[in-house]
Write a protein that binds this ligand. Sequence first.
Ligand SMILES: Cc1cc2nc3c(=O)[nH]c(=O)nc-3n(C[C@H](O)[C@H](O)[C@H](O)COP(=O)(O)OP(=O)(O)OC[C@H]3O[C@@H](n4cnc5c(N)ncnc54)[C@H](O)[C@@H]3O)c2cc1C
Length: 476
Amino acid sequence: MTQILGIDVLRTQLAGRVIDKFDFDYDTARAVWNGGIDRHPAVIARCTGPSDVAAAIAFAREGDAQISVRGGAHGSWGAAQPEGGLVIDLRDLRGVSVDPGSRRAWCSGGATIGDLDGATTRHGLAVTGGKISHTGLGGLALGGGLGWLVHQTGLTADNLLSAELVTADGRTLGVSADEHPDLFWALRGGGGNFGVVTGFEFRLHEIGRLVYLGLFFWTPEHGSEALRIGREVAASLPRNAGLVMAAGLAAPDAPFVPVAYRGTPGYGLMIAGFGSALEHHRLIAPVRQALPPLFEFVTPLPYVELQKALDDTAPWGSHAYDESLYLQELSEDAISVLSENMPRKSSLMSFITILSLGGAFADVGEQETAFGGSRLTRFVVNVTAIAPDAELLATDRAWARSMWQALVPHASGSGGYVNAMADSDADRVRAAYGPTKYQRLAGIKARYDPDNVFRMNANIKPAPLPRCLTGRIEPE
Ligand SMILES: Cc1cc2nc3c(=O)[nH]c(=O)nc-3n(C[C@H](O)[C@H](O)[C@H](O)COP(=O)(O)OP(=O)(O)OC[C@H]3O[C@@H](n4cnc5c(N)ncnc54)[C@H](O)[C@@H]3O)c2cc1C
């Protein structure tokens, strides 16, 4: 492990705890969601606010140490855990406050989706979050943020109103459409490249006391038909609904699954409704008629419960590897690739999700935010190899890669959702953003982080914009 000298000095500078390998809880503190990642940071700085963050950055830079930023630690390749280096750990910064009058939430940089939902739904309000409640809001929002509400309220990032950010040179900046608008653009999709976000302000939207879930499950031999049904419903999905198809998913060990079918692999279709019970009923009725499922679970539930419904499919400590791509349409060829390759996985836990996009997501202009993906995209596909141990993951990592490669010819290029790409090599990151956005992001990176201090992410290499193009960046 790299030695960083003067850790005791850092301890005197921070209000939060500074942890190293001699501390009793070092192993717990360095752990990330992906149990397959086992790096040993030299220092974990549990920051309590912007001044701790600035001190930790200065300390690491002085010692030439690699910096990582830990939000919820769900980055699938372990972006929050450097070998050697210093972790700027935001887990003690989880407060969320809500102003119901102006429908705004102020969230600390280390909050989880569960923290956000818990605080907002008390006021009958919500904003798009992820589908697993223990995911970090920080990484999720900075890379985009896809969830059940994406048709109704767009990406999490689309609802960002302002942020508080500590830069590589230790300044604390307010960032919004009026303050540092170039950064404001970059933070909405450009990931953790530009600094450490200690606070996010989001626009909130009304959510009913109860929402509606329809979950349908079919055995693998009906996989292609199940995907076609999902495609059909997605084609006319109203704004006040969300749709996810899950291929290869093992029916969870949950009370709503008949005992005989728990652990059975198959194809799931989940349709969430945010309007009335009748609207949801009309949406799901054709599903049953098209192909009677092995079992179904249709229920009203509070939004926070919907947000936790899939938590058991992705427990902490799982070994995981992700691939991602976008589909303009779920073509017959893509369906064939999916159903032919699905039986080749080895781990019962591995699965593919296909989330329907459209509605408010598609209202936002292509260049309005830095999100790495086209607003015309209809589906985001995540291929998730997930296993209880390293050996099984190795087999399914190969499965995930070959599934991804087989799907690429049917996709909108090789770029995928940056938050679901375990292989964030330079070419993949460029492909995700496309040349125009990447160049603009690289220019903003050169301005705020010219030494690429924040590089444990889907990394944008700093590159000052040519003089003739600098007009594209709004003045500070
Ligand atoms: C089980 C699981 C479920 C998921 N479900 C969804 C989903 O439904 N929808 C979706 O959109 N994505 C989902 N994701 C992907 C998720 O959005 C990314 O993994 C995201 O990076 C997680 O953020 P984090 O803060 O938990 O992770 P971390 O590993 O802590 O951070 C990830 C990256 O974000 C940066 N970062 C985090 N917080 C900050 C901050 N405050 N300031 C600056 N940089 C920061 C880090 O430096 C790092 O580069 C899921 C991931 C997992 C593992």
